[in-house]
Design a protein around this ligand. Structure first.
Ligand SMILES: Cc1cc2nc3c(=O)[nH]c(=O)nc-3n(C[C@H](O)[C@H](O)[C@H](O)COP(=O)(O)OP(=O)(O)OC[C@H]3O[C@@H](n4cnc5c(N)ncnc54)[C@H](O)[C@@H]3O)c2cc1C
Length: 399
């Protein structure tokens, strides 16, 4: 049997693509190598725009509502920004992704879990997907299998990531008593503040995101900048423990990669589209990927529907162009911002100093980190403000 669309990978990109495609009337098969609920190394920060883009209520998997951020500079300066309103949410990815895959199934997608895709071939009338449990035919394929995508490699669309395109992270889910969580992260109205730590390495930062009974503790940096990640990680954790008077159980620690090149130059062949992390749909400045993965999944489903309906001029390149226009260009701006802010420890310190000394800059910086404004909006107003109010620091940042 030939499916209209085969989706490889059941993370946010794949699950959304499958759900949207069946809603558009397509016959969809989703292949996922793990069994949900499965662990995924992630801070689990979900921005407000993710809530707005989902067509269902996800409050059942929200762990905490966030109302601001606490930023630690390389020299130890602490800069805070707290809001009256909710600025984002935290989730456990095992729960969030499980909900998304159930929503795809409920909508009518056929979901096979525990099936690993090992190869794919493209023919004039569709694709043949080979798994460790047989092969499947489809008209089109969406490669949603993450940063280590087999589809990207086997098709040659993105054979490998360069060291300056990928961050390597250490991430741990650390169980914690809710009373400790509230003491360390508590903000107004029963909501939480998130911690971001600059320093240790250029093009890298640490984080602590609170859930109900655990926190995500992590540190990552571009592979090209990495020196002694394990040593940096050890110091980061022990500083956290000393500052907060807690002991962290690190039995759930994972090393994972995040693509930070921005939307990649080519994401498709004639019948195949890469979506989500496989296509670099992550903000190079914040590491936010869930929103862009979902968006790319939706666009891939819509374009597949149009291709199968025979709408003239529509091809997989249409998918690429629509993603580029919807968010790819903004990820390019995010890459510029990341280059400016993170290229040295000194520039990271200057960013924190400006946010500390200037309330307007403080709001601009935190709006960007919390994903409340697009990268383009952030760049325009931050650069203007820096040039007007902090010209010497602006010059020092780029030197
Ligand atoms: C440490 C860390 C922290 C992060 N924190 C955040 C955050 O707080 N907020 C945010 O927005 N983003 C965050 N991100 C980024 C975010 O996790 C990703 O952008 C997002 O998960 C991408 O979704 P995806 O569906 O493309 O890929 P994934 O979520 O990686 O899903 C890919 C799926 O494909 C499956 N798969 C892989 N290979 C195969 C195969 N051969 N056959 C079948 N199935 C396969 C995998 O099992 C997996 O389920 C973080 C990433 C990391 C590593």
């Amino acid at each position: 049997m030939t499916h209209d669309l085969i989706v490889v990978g059941g993370g946010p990109a794949g699950a959304t693509c499958a759900r949207k495609a069946v809603q558009l009337g397509l016959d969809v098969l989703l292949l996922e190598k793990a069994h949900h609920p499965r662990r995924k190394a992630c801070a689990g920060y979900v921005t407000l725009r993710v809530r707005d883009q989902l067509d269902f209520d996800f409050s059942s998997v929200v762990e905490r509502e966030q109302c601001g951020l606490r930023l630690f500079s390389p020299s130890g300066l602490v800069v805070e920004n707290t809001r009256e309103e909710t600025t984002g949410f935290t989730v456990r990815r095992e729960d969030f992704d499980y909900l998304l895959i159930k929503k795809a199934e409920e909508a009518g997608a056929e979901v096979l879990q525990g099936v690993k895709v090992v190869d794919v071939s493209e023919e004039s009338d569709g694709v043949i997907v080979t798994t460790d449990d047989g092969s499947y035919r489809g008209g089109f394929l969406a490669g949603a299998d993450g940063v280590n995508s087999t589809i990207a490699r086997k098709t040659g669309i993105k054979p490998r990531w360069q060291d300056d395109e990928v961050v390597l992270c250490m991430e741990a889910s650390v169980p914690m008593d809710p009373s400790d969580i509230e003491r360390i992260f508590g903000g107004p109205n029963n909501r939480i503040l998130t911690e971001i730590h600059f320093g240790a390495l250029p093009h890298g930062y640490g984080w602590a995101f609170a859930k109900k009974e655990e926190i995500s503790l992590g540190f990552g940096a571009l592979i090209s900048e990495l020196k002694d990640l394990k040593g940096v990680w050890k110091t980061f954790v022990s500083d956290f423990e000393k500052r907060n008077g807690v002991k962290c159980d690190l039995s759930e620690v994972t090393a994972a990669r995040v693509p930070l090149s921005g939307f990649i130059e080519n994401t498709c062949s004639k019948k195949i589209m890469l979506i989500g992390d496989a296509a670099g749909c992550v903000s190079p400045v914040t590491g936010e990927g869930i929103y862009y993965s979902i968006e790319s999944g939706k666009i891939a489903a819509e374009v597949t529907k149009e291709m199968l309906s025979g709408i003239s001029g529509v091809s997989t390149r249409t998918y690429h162009r629509r993603c580029r226009d919807a968010f790819g260009k903004d990820l390019g701006v995010a890459k510029f911002l990341a280059g400016m802010m993170f290229h040295s420890i000194k520039s990271m310190e200057l960013v924190c100093q400006m946010a500390h000394d200037d309330d307007v800059m403080n709001d601009y910086t935190f709006d960007m980190i919390m994903g409340l404004k697009s990268s383009k909006q952030s760049r325009n107003r931050m650069v203007k403000r820096m040039l007007r109010m902090h010209p010497l620091k602006a010059v020092r940042m780029v030197l």
